[in-house]
Design a protein around this ligand. Structure first.
Ligand code: NAD
Length: 377
């Protein structure tokens, strides 16, 4: 059993799919591990630290891939990629695991299938209790929620906590979080720790208790019992709300947003375009110097003005749409992601041999290319 860890070449990507700690565990499971030279350098994991853990360093990535069964990645590979990100360097029966973004990258998944490369997309690992330790979406969103607040505060021209000084009092900043899922809850916790007055809004009323337990105010749109029972799927995800609800939500937010200093938006329904929660008119009503940090930028954004990986300034309000927040904390992001992958791979090994149970719902649901066919998309 051979595992390869490849250096990521996607723009802005600094993470790596394995750490020296997880390498030791793979070796205990019975794997030989090869690492592409400098694969961990942007996450501050040196080749020497991997070697000390028992991995072999490969300067020639093609040679490494040809010797390996399982390839650990952060991002997908594609036809025009360099080195380990180029599909032509892969062979029949390699297995790839990573954030393959199957909905956005259907053509890439089709070429993986055409080349007989089995592929697992970690975004599709079901959010069930048994898979919690493999939930890479959550581990990375959690860090993104934290970093979104840190970056927004860094751009903000005022202090966050209340300060009473001999020269006068500084009022605490008001931070609003739209969407209180994994990233949103961590954003609330981070903003509270910095001393802001924090409030949050979500269509799922079930999160009200969690928001309040973090010390934030839950901003509520009036809903009758029937609407409340319809706002969440069995899996705990938000559902698309009625047009009438959206209108009530818009009226409430129009009024609320005017007084906020920083807004972090994370609202998303999986597989759908991000809902627009902040219109241009709402941005224009905000105070100059305010910040909107839109985490849903890759899915179109929660603000009408958001552009992925750009900062737009409108009437002195900065709208930022970074898509690489976990990668901006590469050491911790790689550490958590590497553990998620290790726990996933453990499912595939028995008595130091690859033994994949294709009926296991975690394996079955996350597989997007299997024996030459695109599945689950
Ligand atoms: P999540 O599913 O846990 O949370 C999304 C939340 O949005 C849910 O609580 C849902 O109820 C809520 N929501 C849906 N529609 C809404 C609406 N109309 N109004 C208010 N709330 C609504 O997802 P997550 O893991 O927390 O990720 C949140 C977002 O952050 C996603 O868009 C994800 O892609 C993004 N993300 C961005 C980065 C980055 O670097 N920019 C990194 C990680 C995650």
């Amino acid at each position: 059993m051979k595992i390869a860890v490849i250096k990521e070449t996607a723009p802005l990507e600094k993470r790596v799919a394995a750490t020296p700690d997880t390498i030791k565990k793979y070796i205990e499971l019975g794997f030989e591990v090869g690492i592409e030279k400098d694969a961990g350098i942007n996450s501050y994991y040196s080749d020497e630290s991997y070697e000390k853990s028992g991995a072999k360093i490969y300067p020639d990535v093609k040679n490494l891939i040809s010797k390996s069964n399982i390839i650990l990645k952060v991002n997908n590979i594609h036809a025009n990629g360099e080195g380990g990100d180029n599909i032509n360097n892969y062979k029949n029966n390699n297995k790839i695991i990573g954030f393959l973004k199957p909905l956005q990258n259907l053509d890439q998944i089709k070429s993986l299938a055409k080349n007989n490369i089995d592929a697992f997309s970690v975004e599709l690992i079901p959010r069930i209790s048994r898979a919690q330790s493999m939930d890479a979406l959550s581990s990375q969103s959690n860090l993104a929620g934290y970093k979104s607040v840190i970056n927004a505060v860094d751009e903000f021209s005022k202090a966050i906590p209340m300060m009473m000084t001999a020269a006068g009092t500084i009022a605490p900043a008001k931070i609003l979080i739209l969407g209180a899922g994994v990233a949103g809850l961590q954003a609330i916790a981070t903003a509270k720790r910095l001393g802001a007055i924090v409030s949050a809004f979500d269509v799922r009323t079930a999160v009200k208790e969690q928001v309040e337990s973090l010390g934030a105010k839950f901003v509520e749109v009036n809903m009758d019992k029937k609407e409340q029972s319809k706002n969440e799927t069995e899996g705990g995800y938000a559902k698309e709300m009625s047009e009438e609800y959206k209108l009530r939500q818009k009226t409430l937010l129009e009024d609320y947003i005017k007084n906020q200093d920083i807004i972090i938006t994370t609202a998303l329904i999986p597989g759908k375009k991000a809902p627009e929660l902040i219109s241009t008119k709402m941005v224009e009503s905000m105070k100059t110097g305010s910040i909107i940090m839109d985490l849903a930028s890759e899915a179109g954004g929660n603000c009408s003005l958001t552009k992925a990986n750009e900062t737009i300034v409108k009437n002195g309000v900065k709208i930022m749409g970074p898509t690489d927040l976990p990668s901006q904390i590469p050491q911790d992001a790689s550490n958590l992601y590497a553990k998620n992958l290790l726990n996933f791979i453990k499912l595939m090994v028995k008595d130091k041999k690859l033994n994949i149970d294709w009926e296991d719902e975690i394996i079955k649901n996350s597989c997007v290319s299997f024996q030459g066919k695109v599945i689950n998309i």
